[in-house]
Write a protein that binds this ligand. Sequence first.
Ligand code: GAL
Length: 413
Amino acid sequence: MNRISTTVSAVALMISGAAFAEPQAEVLHWWTSGGEAKSVAVLQQEFADNGGTWTDMPVAGGGGDAAMQALRARVLAGNAPTAVQLKGPAIQEWYEEGVLADISSVAEAQGWADVLPASIAGHMKCEGTWCAAPVNVHRVDWIWANADVLESNGIAMPTSWDEFNAAAEKLQAAGIIPLAHGGQAWQDATVFEAVALGILGSDGYRKAFVDLDQATLTSPEMVAVFDQMRTMRGFVDPNFPGRDWNLATAMVMNGEAAFQIMGDWAKGEFLAAGKAPGEDFLCASTPGEGFLYNVDSFAMFAVDGGDKQAGQALLAELIVGKNFQKVFNLNKGSIPARTDVALDEFDSCAILSSDEMAASNEGGSLLPSYAHGMALRGAQSGAITDVVTQHFNSDMSSEDAVNALWAAVANSL
Ligand code: GAL
């Protein structure tokens, strides 16, 4: 059978399957915090409203490391879930293993190419076919703050790392934890990449974490990034090891801590707790230019059975649907991936995100988050994060960290 007739019969099978089958999906995801669970419930509800039966497979653990381990075990056992929260180059890595389903028939029927920015669509494609459906755009380089704590201590949102350090020292002297942080490798990496963007600038960030350029990774500026990480280590409380990110967000909410550096899924937590932006909490981009994006998406795994395939087609269609993109993102803290969703119901942090995403796209500083798996393949991002977390949790010098960073990257190539 030639390639064209194979494709046609696959589409015909999907359509005939969808006509007779009852859509089913087992969905693997890591959305288990308050805001995340509220958000994924929107998809669950829409799926049920359209006749689907959802089997939930949540794997707790921010950033998804545990979920990705669970996925590997399931695929190795020959029993892949129907739909999986998967993003960035990991999508193409799984495609190369030959285990992803082609969702091009849905994408083409729904005109995804017309409503998704090219930069996002590119992440959803595998050798020209559509292999994932985007949910949102999260921004990573944010600072969140407790509004009352800042006001009562006479502190404005910092616009440089020096201002951040000065504010943190003042707060510490007043008995407030300056930085709410959870000591998990992915959270260390989240703070690190925001600091790196601020200190290296967008070109330096790209050279370091997209191009893996040796000169940038070993530069004096990279030493300065680790110096700032060392300074920030002094601003976290002694109980930080192992703390979940949403518990760190709660510390900012209840005024125990002043700031958190975290992607805008933190806003989902504030909102789920009934807090209002601009009143209870403040949002600002971390010091420096640029925008680090993190696009959540779902990939469908190749599975047998008309019911499951119908479930995959329905899920893909709903995920990129206009209503879902609005309601889900109002809860999640992110902004829609589609460009044609009106933002009038979104809050000021989301509007800021959308405006700065457009501006950074124009200015060439819209960049993929390395810490959230958008910039590099797993081996390379893992090598960088190992060094970042080792440095943060020891007394390693910044110079030693930079040397270890290049050695780890070179070894992973
Ligand atoms: C990110 C993911 C977000 C958020 C966060 C914490 O990697 O893209 O949707 O949920 O992890 O779990």
